[in-house]
Design a protein around this ligand. Structure first.
Ligand SMILES: Cc1cc2nc3c(=O)[nH]c(=O)nc-3n(C[C@H](O)[C@H](O)[C@H](O)COP(=O)(O)OP(=O)(O)OC[C@H]3O[C@@H](n4cnc5c(N)ncnc54)[C@H](O)[C@@H]3O)c2cc1C
Length: 500
């Protein structure tokens, strides 16, 4: 179906529900077209094309409008999915956009990168055999159409308040909170040590899942809405060039939100772990994303973080590992293998992404874990042993144990460690010993008020939850913003009144 061809379904408007919706019995599930593997694995553009209008309307009409919408229940944002599917099926796209954006600050981003197979689509009640509604693709279509049609208006708060908020972190958690607080008329300042807005959406997640201009469009929107960004400015323990002390930030603002995410890479030890050519996943992905944005990066130019012509081994089985293997393919690696200690059924990454990776030429080595790294100065191989699944542990997840005398070696001149992330030690880094953390190092917040142990300082997103998802960061950012508004109204009523 050509992108420019606009077709409307004949039933749009005025017909009984059964004629407008419930089409899953006669209309097959249709995903947006996926670019062929040979074409897409040479560039960093998104791999799925957009729905055309008629496709979006037709796919939306497959919704059964069930009485208890499990898609909404399993969406962290509680999106009103059946309602905006119905509006889309009826050609009422502007209303669909208004409804979709009422509960989600970035529907066009969630539509692209949420693991829908585990959330909304995975819980669609359409009988097995008919396949779920393609909710993510419709969600993305609605807001992309809204931007293209000029329906996305910058925030114009009904009142301007003198009270100001400092937000540390321009990832989805911080940005969602910024939007919500701006809507209430606060003067919102976002600080980030990076030079661009978006957090992991810009420097972690590769363009083939989320193109960079989609995030840049939101940056512009927020600026037009009056949010002030202070980029290239890290928060630390003292004021110096390129850094602002956390204490200064607290003096400057009436309330502060910490939304700094988790960035300390989990490491791997063993013989040879210090060899050259063994790199951290986020260093590797950040450089690749910078190149996509047009930057020149020394560690790519000198070959250090460049997979071209190399035998690459990625260690890990989560979304970060999937992004690394697929990036290495696009950089022209000689071979790309993913080493994971559990099997396909027990990996944390999205099955959809594994399938995409396999199509693009990645080889998965399941039930295998590294023992040692070989090489003289620089890595030349990974010695691994076979693993077997044992009994479930307290969490219900099957344990893994090595199979005796099962070692084998994989050739490798670039090894990428993608084993997950922990929080940086903020109380130490920021000179705030009273900032309470959990035993995992995440910030402790009151689960009702989102306030940390420091009065007027709130926290949201991965820094509270641990490494999670964009949709959860948005949810936390929204909830924290609502609590900050409540707290400010209660503690600074005089200033709030005077400013209104
Ligand atoms: C490689 C990768 C792929 C992923 N893929 C997906 C996916 O497909 N789908 C999905 O839903 N989720 C995915 N995630 C997870 C998702 O990106 C995160 O859960 C989400 O971005 C967390 O949002 P956040 O706002 O809490 O933090 P972040 O997005 O990490 O943003 C935090 C921001 O705080 C800034 N910051 C940190 N410390 C300071 C400081 N001291 N001073 C100033 N600024 C600071 C950082 O520079 C950053 O911009 C992925 C994560 C990774 C690493």
């Amino acid at each position: 179906m050509g992108a420019g061809r606009i077709e409307r379904l004949p039933f749009a408007g005025g017909k009984p529900m059964a004629e407008r919706m419930l089409k899953f019995v006669s209309v097959a599930q249709g995903q947006p077209d996926k670019r062929p593997a040979a074409e897409r694995s040479t560039d960093f553009d998104e791999i799925y094309r957009s729905f055309a209008v008629a496709q979006a309307e037709q796919q939306s009409s497959r919704c059964s409008q069930c009485g208890v919408p499990f898609c909404s229940i399993h969406c962290p944002l509680g999106n009103n999915i059946p309602d905006w599917l119905k509006m889309t099926a009826e050609g009422r796209l502007e209303e669909a956009y208004a409804l979709s954006s009422a509960t989600n600050n970035f529907p066009e981003i969630c539509g692209r990168i949420c693991p829908q197979d585990r959330l909304c689509e995975g819980n669609c009640v359409i009988e097995k055999g008919f396949e779920s509604v393609t909710i993510g693709a419709v969600e993305r279509f609605i807001t992309d159409t809204a931007f293209a049609s000029g329906w996305v208006e910058p925030i114009r708060p009904p009142v301007e308040r003198a009270l100001s908020i400092g937000i540390v972190g321009a990832g989805p958690g911080g940005l969602a909170a910024a939007m919500q607080l701006r809507e209430q008329g606060y003067q919102v300042h976002v600080y980030d040590r990076y030079d661009r807005v978006g957090g992991l959406m810009v420097y972690g997640i590769p363009g083939f899942k989320l193109e960079k201009d989609i995030v840049a469009r939101r940056h512009l929107y927020l600026e037009e809405s009056g949010v002030k960004f202070h980029l290239g400015l890290g928060v630390g323990d003292r004021d110096e060039d390129g850094q602002i002390a956390f204490a200064t930030l607290r003096d400057r603002h009436d309330a502060v939100l910490i939304a700094t995410g988790v960035y300390k890479s989990r490491d791997i030890g063993g013989p040879g772990a210090g060899l050259g050519g063994i790199v951290k996943a986020l260093d590797y992905l950040t450089v690749s994303n910078r190149l996509s944005l047009g930057d020149t990066v020394e560690s790519f130019e000198n070959g250090e973080l460049n997979a071209a012509g190399k035998s690459v081994v990625v260690i890990g089985g989560g979304d970060t590992a999937m992004d690394c293997v697929r990036t290495a393919i696009r950089q022209g690696a000689k071979s790309v293998k993913c080493l994971y200690r559990r099997d396909r059924a027990n990996m944390p990454g999205s099955i959809r992404e594994v399938k995409n990776a396999e199509e693009e030429g990645v080889e998965f080595v399941w039930l295998a874990a590294p023992e040692a790294f070989r090489g003289e100065g620089t890595v030349s191989g990974v010695r691994a042993s076979r693993m077997k699944l044992g009994l479930p542990d307290a969490t219900g997840r099957q344990s893994v144990e090595p199979v005796e005398e099962s070692s084998f070696t994989l050739e490798a001149d670039l090894v990428i460690k993608a084993l997950g992330f922990d929080p940086e030690p903020l109380p130490t880094l920021w000179g705030q010993p009273d900032l309470a953390v959990s035993r995992w190092g995440t910030l402790r917040v009151d689960h009702e008020t989102f306030m940390t142990s420091l009065p007027g300082v709130f926290a949201a997103g991965d820094i509270v939850r641990g490494a999670s998802l964009v949709v959860w960061a948005i949810r936390d950012g929204r909830d924290a913003a609502a609590q900050m508004h409540r707290w400010l109204k209660n503690t600074a009523p005089a200033r709030a009144q005077a400013a209104e």
